[in-house]
Design a protein around this ligand. Structure first.
Ligand SMILES: Cc1cc2nc3c(=O)[nH]c(=O)nc-3n(C[C@H](O)[C@H](O)[C@H](O)COP(=O)(O)OP(=O)(O)OC[C@H]3O[C@@H](n4cnc5c(N)ncnc54)[C@H](O)[C@@H]3O)c2cc1C
Length: 434
Protein backbone atom coordinates (compact mmCIF):
# COMPACT_ATOMS: atom_id res chain seq x y z
CA UNK A 1 0.00 0.00 0.00
CA UNK A 2 1.44 3.38 -0.96
CA UNK A 3 1.56 6.26 1.53
CA UNK A 4 -1.23 8.81 1.26
CA UNK A 5 -0.46 12.00 -0.55
CA UNK A 6 -1.17 15.06 1.54
CA UNK A 7 -1.38 18.48 -0.10
CA UNK A 8 -0.89 21.47 2.22
CA UNK A 9 -1.87 24.90 0.91
CA UNK A 10 -0.04 27.81 2.57
CA UNK A 11 3.52 27.99 3.88
CA UNK A 12 2.96 30.04 7.03
CA UNK A 13 3.31 28.86 10.63
CA UNK A 14 0.38 26.43 10.45
CA UNK A 15 1.18 25.06 6.98
CA UNK A 16 4.88 24.52 7.69
CA UNK A 17 4.30 22.49 10.84
CA UNK A 18 1.34 20.63 9.29
CA UNK A 19 3.42 19.60 6.26
CA UNK A 20 6.34 18.55 8.43
CA UNK A 21 4.18 16.50 10.76
CA UNK A 22 2.26 14.80 7.94
CA UNK A 23 5.60 13.77 6.41
CA UNK A 24 6.91 12.61 9.79
CA UNK A 25 3.84 10.40 10.06
CA UNK A 26 4.69 8.76 6.75
CA UNK A 27 2.74 10.72 4.14
CA UNK A 28 4.11 11.99 0.83
CA UNK A 29 3.61 15.72 1.22
CA UNK A 30 3.38 18.61 -1.20
CA UNK A 31 3.41 22.13 0.26
CA UNK A 32 2.03 24.85 -2.01
CA UNK A 33 2.92 28.49 -1.31
CA UNK A 34 2.10 31.44 -3.50
CA UNK A 35 5.14 33.44 -2.38
CA UNK A 36 8.68 32.54 -3.29
CA UNK A 37 9.63 32.67 0.41
CA UNK A 38 8.11 30.52 3.14
CA UNK A 39 6.90 32.13 6.39
CA UNK A 40 6.45 35.70 5.07
CA UNK A 41 4.33 36.62 8.09
CA UNK A 42 6.45 34.69 10.55
CA UNK A 43 9.47 36.75 9.57
CA UNK A 44 7.61 39.89 10.72
CA UNK A 45 6.25 38.33 13.88
CA UNK A 46 7.16 39.96 17.17
CA UNK A 47 8.97 42.68 15.16
CA UNK A 48 11.30 39.99 13.80
CA UNK A 49 11.86 38.42 17.23
CA UNK A 50 8.91 35.99 16.95
CA UNK A 51 6.95 35.54 20.15
CA UNK A 52 6.46 31.81 19.51
CA UNK A 53 4.26 31.00 22.49
CA UNK A 54 3.37 32.00 26.02
CA UNK A 55 4.76 30.54 29.23
CA UNK A 56 1.41 30.30 31.01
CA UNK A 57 1.54 26.77 32.43
CA UNK A 58 -2.07 26.31 33.46
CA UNK A 59 -3.74 25.01 30.33
CA UNK A 60 -7.23 26.18 31.34
CA UNK A 61 -5.89 29.66 31.93
CA UNK A 62 -3.98 29.54 28.64
CA UNK A 63 -7.16 28.61 26.78
CA UNK A 64 -9.14 31.35 28.54
CA UNK A 65 -7.09 33.90 26.55
CA UNK A 66 -9.00 32.82 23.43
CA UNK A 67 -12.35 33.63 25.06
CA UNK A 68 -15.28 31.21 24.81
CA UNK A 69 -13.81 29.54 21.73
CA UNK A 70 -10.75 28.46 23.73
CA UNK A 71 -12.40 25.16 24.69
CA UNK A 72 -12.27 24.13 21.02
CA UNK A 73 -8.47 23.95 21.38
CA UNK A 74 -8.50 21.76 24.48
CA UNK A 75 -7.97 18.54 22.60
CA UNK A 76 -5.14 19.68 20.30
CA UNK A 77 -3.43 21.46 23.20
CA UNK A 78 -3.56 18.23 25.21
CA UNK A 79 -1.59 16.51 22.45
CA UNK A 80 0.61 19.34 21.20
CA UNK A 81 0.39 22.37 23.46
CA UNK A 82 2.89 25.04 24.52
CA UNK A 83 5.15 22.58 26.32
CA UNK A 84 5.38 20.25 23.32
CA UNK A 85 5.94 23.25 21.05
CA UNK A 86 8.93 24.35 23.11
CA UNK A 87 10.32 20.80 23.09
CA UNK A 88 9.80 20.67 19.33
CA UNK A 89 11.88 23.79 18.77
CA UNK A 90 14.47 22.91 21.43
CA UNK A 91 15.01 19.57 19.72
CA UNK A 92 15.93 21.54 16.61
CA UNK A 93 18.44 23.70 18.42
CA UNK A 94 16.28 26.69 19.28
CA UNK A 95 16.69 27.87 22.85
CA UNK A 96 14.12 30.27 24.22
CA UNK A 97 13.78 33.04 26.78
CA UNK A 98 10.69 34.14 28.68
CA UNK A 99 10.03 37.86 29.02
CA UNK A 100 7.41 40.18 30.50
CA UNK A 101 3.88 38.77 30.29
CA UNK A 102 5.39 35.24 29.96
CA UNK A 103 6.10 35.94 26.27
CA UNK A 104 8.51 33.35 24.90
CA UNK A 105 11.03 34.27 22.21
CA UNK A 106 14.01 32.54 20.63
CA UNK A 107 17.08 33.40 22.69
CA UNK A 108 18.97 34.20 19.47
CA UNK A 109 18.12 34.45 15.80
CA UNK A 110 14.47 35.53 16.12
CA UNK A 111 11.98 34.69 13.38
CA UNK A 112 14.64 33.53 10.96
CA UNK A 113 15.76 30.83 13.35
CA UNK A 114 12.13 29.68 13.80
CA UNK A 115 11.63 29.45 10.04
CA UNK A 116 14.90 27.56 9.62
CA UNK A 117 13.80 24.98 12.22
CA UNK A 118 10.58 24.47 10.28
CA UNK A 119 12.39 24.22 6.94
CA UNK A 120 14.68 21.58 8.48
CA UNK A 121 11.55 19.73 9.57
CA UNK A 122 10.28 19.79 5.97
CA UNK A 123 13.63 18.53 4.71
CA UNK A 124 13.64 15.68 7.25
CA UNK A 125 10.30 14.53 5.83
CA UNK A 126 11.30 15.20 2.18
CA UNK A 127 8.35 17.52 1.72
CA UNK A 128 8.09 18.70 -1.87
CA UNK A 129 7.70 22.47 -1.93
CA UNK A 130 5.92 24.29 -4.75
CA UNK A 131 6.96 27.93 -4.37
CA UNK A 132 5.43 30.91 -6.20
CA UNK A 133 2.43 28.69 -6.96
CA UNK A 134 -0.99 30.12 -6.22
CA UNK A 135 -3.87 27.78 -5.44
CA UNK A 136 -6.94 28.91 -7.37
CA UNK A 137 -9.65 26.37 -6.78
CA UNK A 138 -10.45 23.14 -4.97
CA UNK A 139 -12.43 20.48 -6.79
CA UNK A 140 -14.55 17.79 -5.14
CA UNK A 141 -15.84 14.40 -6.24
CA UNK A 142 -18.37 12.30 -4.30
CA UNK A 143 -18.05 14.47 -1.19
CA UNK A 144 -14.24 14.23 -1.14
CA UNK A 145 -11.72 16.87 -2.07
CA UNK A 146 -10.10 15.62 -5.26
CA UNK A 147 -7.61 18.15 -6.63
CA UNK A 148 -6.37 21.68 -6.28
CA UNK A 149 -6.14 23.81 -9.37
CA UNK A 150 -2.96 25.84 -9.11
CA UNK A 151 -1.91 28.63 -11.44
CA UNK A 152 -0.47 26.64 -14.37
CA UNK A 153 -0.98 23.10 -13.00
CA UNK A 154 -3.18 20.76 -10.96
CA UNK A 155 -2.32 18.71 -7.91
CA UNK A 156 -4.24 15.65 -6.76
CA UNK A 157 -4.12 14.30 -3.25
CA UNK A 158 -5.65 11.87 -0.78
CA UNK A 159 -5.97 14.58 1.87
CA UNK A 160 -5.79 18.38 1.77
CA UNK A 161 -4.89 20.79 4.55
CA UNK A 162 -5.82 24.43 4.04
CA UNK A 163 -3.56 26.81 5.95
CA UNK A 164 -3.96 30.00 3.94
CA UNK A 165 -4.28 32.30 6.96
CA UNK A 166 -6.80 35.08 7.40
CA UNK A 167 -7.00 38.47 5.68
CA UNK A 168 -4.61 40.51 7.79
CA UNK A 169 -1.32 41.86 6.48
CA UNK A 170 -2.31 40.75 2.95
CA UNK A 171 1.08 41.82 1.63
CA UNK A 172 2.44 38.65 3.28
CA UNK A 173 0.18 36.54 1.04
CA UNK A 174 -2.84 35.98 3.28
CA UNK A 175 -5.58 37.58 1.23
CA UNK A 176 -8.46 35.37 2.33
CA UNK A 177 -8.32 32.83 -0.54
CA UNK A 178 -8.86 29.93 1.84
CA UNK A 179 -12.35 31.09 2.76
CA UNK A 180 -13.35 30.52 -0.86
CA UNK A 181 -11.93 26.98 -0.81
CA UNK A 182 -13.74 26.26 2.46
CA UNK A 183 -17.00 27.58 1.05
CA UNK A 184 -16.63 25.18 -1.91
CA UNK A 185 -16.91 22.37 0.66
CA UNK A 186 -20.00 24.03 2.13
CA UNK A 187 -18.28 25.58 5.16
CA UNK A 188 -19.71 28.62 6.92
CA UNK A 189 -17.37 31.59 7.11
CA UNK A 190 -17.88 33.78 10.17
CA UNK A 191 -17.38 37.31 8.81
CA UNK A 192 -13.64 38.07 8.98
CA UNK A 193 -12.76 41.27 10.83
CA UNK A 194 -9.45 42.93 11.68
CA UNK A 195 -8.30 42.11 15.23
CA UNK A 196 -5.25 43.26 17.20
CA UNK A 197 -5.40 46.37 15.09
CA UNK A 198 -4.37 50.01 15.60
CA UNK A 199 -7.29 52.32 16.41
CA UNK A 200 -8.16 55.56 14.60
CA UNK A 201 -9.20 58.55 16.71
CA UNK A 202 -11.27 61.63 15.91
CA UNK A 203 -9.19 63.70 18.36
CA UNK A 204 -6.30 65.85 17.24
CA UNK A 205 -4.87 66.55 20.72
CA UNK A 206 -2.58 63.46 20.82
CA UNK A 207 -0.90 64.56 17.54
CA UNK A 208 1.97 66.50 19.16
CA UNK A 209 2.77 63.31 21.10
CA UNK A 210 2.80 60.97 18.06
CA UNK A 211 5.53 58.36 18.35
CA UNK A 212 5.40 58.42 22.15
CA UNK A 213 5.23 55.01 23.81
CA UNK A 214 3.46 55.35 27.15
CA UNK A 215 4.29 52.64 29.70
CA UNK A 216 2.12 51.66 32.70
CA UNK A 217 -1.01 53.49 31.58
CA UNK A 218 -4.56 52.24 31.48
CA UNK A 219 -7.21 52.55 28.81
CA UNK A 220 -10.94 52.26 29.52
CA UNK A 221 -13.67 51.78 26.95
CA UNK A 222 -17.15 53.17 27.54
CA UNK A 223 -20.23 52.36 25.48
CA UNK A 224 -23.16 54.75 25.92
CA UNK A 225 -21.61 55.97 29.17
CA UNK A 226 -21.07 52.50 30.68
CA UNK A 227 -17.55 51.14 31.15
CA UNK A 228 -17.22 47.86 29.27
CA UNK A 229 -13.50 47.19 29.19
CA UNK A 230 -10.16 48.22 30.66
CA UNK A 231 -6.52 47.35 29.91
CA UNK A 232 -3.27 48.23 31.66
CA UNK A 233 0.15 48.37 30.00
CA UNK A 234 1.84 50.05 27.03
CA UNK A 235 0.18 52.36 24.55
CA UNK A 236 1.65 54.07 21.50
CA UNK A 237 0.36 57.44 20.30
CA UNK A 238 0.48 57.73 16.51
CA UNK A 239 -0.41 60.16 13.74
CA UNK A 240 -3.75 58.40 13.18
CA UNK A 241 -4.62 57.46 16.76
CA UNK A 242 -3.38 54.75 19.12
CA UNK A 243 -1.49 51.50 18.79
CA UNK A 244 0.66 49.32 21.07
CA UNK A 245 -0.38 46.25 23.09
CA UNK A 246 -3.30 47.64 25.10
CA UNK A 247 -4.93 49.43 22.15
CA UNK A 248 -4.45 46.38 19.91
CA UNK A 249 -5.80 43.95 22.51
CA UNK A 250 -8.87 46.13 22.99
CA UNK A 251 -9.38 46.84 19.29
CA UNK A 252 -12.05 44.25 18.66
CA UNK A 253 -14.18 45.60 21.53
CA UNK A 254 -13.55 49.16 20.32
CA UNK A 255 -14.66 48.22 16.81
CA UNK A 256 -17.83 46.59 18.14
CA UNK A 257 -18.52 49.60 20.38
CA UNK A 258 -18.06 52.02 17.46
CA UNK A 259 -20.80 50.24 15.53
CA UNK A 260 -22.97 49.60 18.61
CA UNK A 261 -23.53 53.11 20.00
CA UNK A 262 -21.53 55.99 21.39
CA UNK A 263 -17.97 54.79 22.08
CA UNK A 264 -15.49 56.73 24.23
CA UNK A 265 -12.03 55.90 25.50
CA UNK A 266 -10.35 57.32 28.59
CA UNK A 267 -6.61 57.20 29.05
CA UNK A 268 -5.37 57.15 32.63
CA UNK A 269 -1.80 58.45 32.65
CA UNK A 270 -1.34 57.65 36.34
CA UNK A 271 -3.29 54.45 37.09
CA UNK A 272 -1.15 53.63 40.14
CA UNK A 273 -2.29 56.82 41.92
CA UNK A 274 -5.78 57.53 43.24
CA UNK A 275 -7.30 60.89 42.33
CA UNK A 276 -6.59 62.22 45.82
CA UNK A 277 -2.96 61.06 45.86
CA UNK A 278 -2.39 62.44 42.36
CA UNK A 279 -3.91 65.78 43.34
CA UNK A 280 -1.61 65.94 46.40
CA UNK A 281 1.37 65.03 44.19
CA UNK A 282 0.49 67.86 41.77
CA UNK A 283 0.19 70.15 44.79
CA UNK A 284 3.78 69.36 45.78
CA UNK A 285 5.00 70.04 42.24
CA UNK A 286 3.07 73.32 42.23
CA UNK A 287 4.87 74.37 45.44
CA UNK A 288 8.22 73.51 43.83
CA UNK A 289 7.42 75.47 40.65
CA UNK A 290 5.35 78.23 42.32
CA UNK A 291 7.15 81.02 40.48
CA UNK A 292 7.15 79.32 37.06
CA UNK A 293 4.66 78.98 34.22
CA UNK A 294 2.17 76.08 34.48
CA UNK A 295 3.85 74.23 31.55
CA UNK A 296 7.09 74.01 33.59
CA UNK A 297 5.35 72.38 36.55
CA UNK A 298 4.44 69.24 34.58
CA UNK A 299 7.90 68.08 33.69
CA UNK A 300 8.51 66.04 36.86
CA UNK A 301 5.17 64.28 36.59
CA UNK A 302 4.77 63.48 32.89
CA UNK A 303 6.91 62.25 29.99
CA UNK A 304 8.15 65.30 28.08
CA UNK A 305 6.45 64.16 24.84
CA UNK A 306 2.93 64.36 26.23
CA UNK A 307 3.11 67.74 27.95
CA UNK A 308 1.93 69.75 24.91
CA UNK A 309 -1.07 67.45 24.51
CA UNK A 310 -1.99 67.77 28.20
CA UNK A 311 -1.67 71.55 27.97
CA UNK A 312 -4.01 71.53 24.99
CA UNK A 313 -6.70 69.58 26.89
CA UNK A 314 -6.24 71.38 30.21
CA UNK A 315 -8.36 74.41 31.08
CA UNK A 316 -5.30 76.03 32.69
CA UNK A 317 -3.42 78.37 30.32
CA UNK A 318 0.12 77.08 29.64
CA UNK A 319 1.76 80.33 30.68
CA UNK A 320 -0.30 80.91 33.87
CA UNK A 321 1.90 81.40 36.94
CA UNK A 322 1.67 78.26 39.08
CA UNK A 323 1.08 80.26 42.29
CA UNK A 324 -2.06 81.72 40.63
CA UNK A 325 -3.60 78.30 39.92
CA UNK A 326 -6.66 77.63 42.12
CA UNK A 327 -7.21 74.35 44.01
CA UNK A 328 -10.23 73.69 41.79
CA UNK A 329 -7.99 74.03 38.71
CA UNK A 330 -5.46 71.69 40.31
CA UNK A 331 -8.18 69.09 40.98
CA UNK A 332 -9.47 69.39 37.42
CA UNK A 333 -5.92 68.74 36.15
CA UNK A 334 -5.75 65.60 38.31
CA UNK A 335 -9.12 64.47 36.91
CA UNK A 336 -7.86 65.07 33.36
CA UNK A 337 -4.67 63.03 33.88
CA UNK A 338 -6.80 60.16 35.24
CA UNK A 339 -9.16 60.29 32.25
CA UNK A 340 -7.83 61.87 29.05
CA UNK A 341 -10.81 61.56 26.66
CA UNK A 342 -10.41 59.95 23.25
CA UNK A 343 -13.08 59.31 20.63
CA UNK A 344 -12.40 56.24 18.46
CA UNK A 345 -13.58 56.33 14.86
CA UNK A 346 -12.77 52.70 13.92
CA UNK A 347 -9.82 50.45 13.15
CA UNK A 348 -7.01 50.92 10.69
CA UNK A 349 -8.12 47.80 8.78
CA UNK A 350 -6.75 44.47 7.56
CA UNK A 351 -3.58 46.02 6.13
CA UNK A 352 -2.42 46.66 9.69
CA UNK A 353 -4.22 44.09 11.82
CA UNK A 354 -2.03 41.47 13.45
CA UNK A 355 -4.72 38.81 13.18
CA UNK A 356 -8.14 38.18 11.70
CA UNK A 357 -11.10 37.34 13.87
CA UNK A 358 -13.77 35.21 12.19
CA UNK A 359 -13.08 32.54 9.57
CA UNK A 360 -14.06 28.90 9.12
CA UNK A 361 -16.76 28.09 11.67
CA UNK A 362 -15.45 25.87 14.47
CA UNK A 363 -18.78 24.06 14.60
CA UNK A 364 -17.87 22.39 11.31
CA UNK A 365 -14.39 21.21 12.37
CA UNK A 366 -13.53 18.16 14.49
CA UNK A 367 -11.56 19.59 17.43
CA UNK A 368 -9.26 16.58 17.93
CA UNK A 369 -8.15 16.24 14.31
CA UNK A 370 -8.90 19.57 12.57
CA UNK A 371 -10.86 17.57 9.99
CA UNK A 372 -13.78 19.12 8.20
CA UNK A 373 -17.12 17.66 9.25
CA UNK A 374 -18.31 18.27 5.69
CA UNK A 375 -15.61 16.56 3.60
CA UNK A 376 -13.79 13.54 4.93
CA UNK A 377 -10.34 14.30 3.55
CA UNK A 378 -10.22 18.05 4.14
CA UNK A 379 -8.44 19.71 7.09
CA UNK A 380 -7.93 23.29 8.28
CA UNK A 381 -5.33 24.85 10.56
CA UNK A 382 -4.12 28.24 11.72
CA UNK A 383 -5.56 31.68 11.38
CA UNK A 384 -8.11 30.61 8.75
CA UNK A 385 -10.12 29.20 11.66
CA UNK A 386 -12.61 31.32 13.58
CA UNK A 387 -10.40 31.66 16.64
CA UNK A 388 -7.82 34.21 17.71
CA UNK A 389 -6.15 35.41 20.86
CA UNK A 390 -4.49 38.49 22.33
CA UNK A 391 -0.85 39.49 21.86
CA UNK A 392 1.63 37.39 23.84
CA UNK A 393 2.30 34.33 21.65
CA UNK A 394 -1.26 32.99 21.70
CA UNK A 395 -1.89 33.28 17.97
CA UNK A 396 1.21 31.38 16.92
CA UNK A 397 0.54 28.71 19.55
CA UNK A 398 -2.88 28.17 18.03
CA UNK A 399 -1.17 27.72 14.62
CA UNK A 400 1.42 25.26 15.96
CA UNK A 401 -1.18 23.12 17.77
CA UNK A 402 -3.83 23.03 15.03
CA UNK A 403 -1.20 22.64 12.28
CA UNK A 404 0.62 19.79 13.99
CA UNK A 405 -2.58 17.87 14.64
CA UNK A 406 -3.98 18.54 11.15
CA UNK A 407 -0.76 17.15 9.65
CA UNK A 408 -0.87 14.06 11.83
CA UNK A 409 -4.56 13.42 11.14
CA UNK A 410 -4.29 14.01 7.39
CA UNK A 411 -1.42 11.50 7.20
CA UNK A 412 -3.48 8.98 9.12
CA UNK A 413 -6.65 9.04 7.05
CA UNK A 414 -6.12 5.50 5.79
CA UNK A 415 -6.15 2.51 8.07
CA UNK A 416 -2.71 0.93 7.90
CA UNK A 417 -2.17 -2.79 7.48
CA UNK A 418 0.23 -4.07 10.16
CA UNK A 419 2.67 -5.40 7.57
CA UNK A 420 2.96 -2.11 5.72
CA UNK A 421 5.86 -1.16 7.93
CA UNK A 422 4.52 2.38 8.20
CA UNK A 423 4.28 3.66 11.72
CA UNK A 424 0.82 4.41 13.03
CA UNK A 425 0.15 7.77 14.62
CA UNK A 426 -0.10 6.19 18.05
CA UNK A 427 3.31 4.57 17.58
CA UNK A 428 4.75 7.87 16.50
CA UNK A 429 3.19 9.67 19.40
CA UNK A 430 4.55 7.15 21.87
CA UNK A 431 8.04 7.11 20.35
CA UNK A 432 8.31 10.68 19.32
CA UNK A 433 6.01 12.96 21.29
CA UNK A 434 7.36 16.13 19.71
C1 LIG B 1 3.27 42.05 12.08
C2 LIG B 1 2.78 40.82 12.79
C3 LIG B 1 3.41 40.40 13.95
C4 LIG B 1 2.94 39.26 14.63
N1 LIG B 1 3.59 38.85 15.75
C5 LIG B 1 3.15 37.75 16.39
C6 LIG B 1 3.86 37.23 17.50
O1 LIG B 1 4.96 37.70 17.84
N2 LIG B 1 3.33 36.15 18.17
C7 LIG B 1 2.15 35.57 17.78
O2 LIG B 1 1.70 34.62 18.43
N3 LIG B 1 1.49 36.00 16.69
C8 LIG B 1 1.98 37.05 15.98
N4 LIG B 1 1.34 37.47 14.86
C9 LIG B 1 0.21 36.65 14.36
C10 LIG B 1 0.77 35.37 13.70
O3 LIG B 1 1.95 35.71 12.99
C11 LIG B 1 -0.25 34.78 12.73
O4 LIG B 1 -1.45 34.51 13.42
C12 LIG B 1 0.27 33.47 12.12
O5 LIG B 1 1.52 33.68 11.50
C13 LIG B 1 -0.73 32.94 11.10
O6 LIG B 1 -0.17 31.78 10.53
P1 LIG B 1 -0.97 30.98 9.42
O7 LIG B 1 -0.03 29.92 8.96
O8 LIG B 1 -2.31 30.59 9.86
O9 LIG B 1 -1.20 32.04 8.26
P2 LIG B 1 -0.14 32.91 7.43
O10 LIG B 1 1.11 33.10 8.15
O11 LIG B 1 -0.88 34.10 6.97
O12 LIG B 1 0.22 31.97 6.21
C14 LIG B 1 -0.67 31.72 5.15
C15 LIG B 1 0.17 31.39 3.92
O13 LIG B 1 -0.71 30.93 2.90
C16 LIG B 1 -0.28 31.48 1.68
N5 LIG B 1 -1.42 31.51 0.78
C17 LIG B 1 -2.55 32.22 0.93
N6 LIG B 1 -3.38 32.01 -0.10
C18 LIG B 1 -2.73 31.13 -0.93
C19 LIG B 1 -3.08 30.56 -2.17
N7 LIG B 1 -4.23 30.82 -2.80
N8 LIG B 1 -2.19 29.71 -2.74
C20 LIG B 1 -1.00 29.43 -2.13
N9 LIG B 1 -0.62 29.97 -0.97
C21 LIG B 1 -1.50 30.80 -0.37
C22 LIG B 1 0.23 32.85 2.03
O14 LIG B 1 1.10 33.37 1.06
C23 LIG B 1 0.89 32.62 3.37
O15 LIG B 1 2.27 32.32 3.23
C24 LIG B 1 1.81 38.57 14.14
C25 LIG B 1 1.20 38.98 12.95
C26 LIG B 1 1.68 40.08 12.27
C27 LIG B 1 1.02 40.50 10.99
Amino acid sequence: MTSPKVVVIGGGAAGLIAAGRAAECGARVILVEKNQALGAKLILSGKGRCNITNGEEDIDRFLSFYGKKGKFLYSVFSRFGPRETLLFFEKRGLRTVMERGKRIFPEKGGSEKVINCLIDYLKEGRVEIYRSREALNLEFRNGRAKRFILRGQEVEGDAFIICTGGKSFPKTGSSGDGYRFAQRAGHTIITPKPALCPVKLRDKWPLPARGLNLKNVSLSLFLDGVKISERFGELLLTHFGISGPIAMDMSREIDDACSGGSAELYLDLKPALSLEILSARIGRDFEKYAGSAFRESLKDLLPRGIISSVLEKSAIPAEKRVSDISSEERNSLARLLKAMPLVPSGLLGFDWSIVTSGGVSLKEIEPATMKSKLAENLFFAGEILDIDGPTGGFNLQMCWSTGYMAGESAAGIFALPEESGRRSNDDLQAKNPV
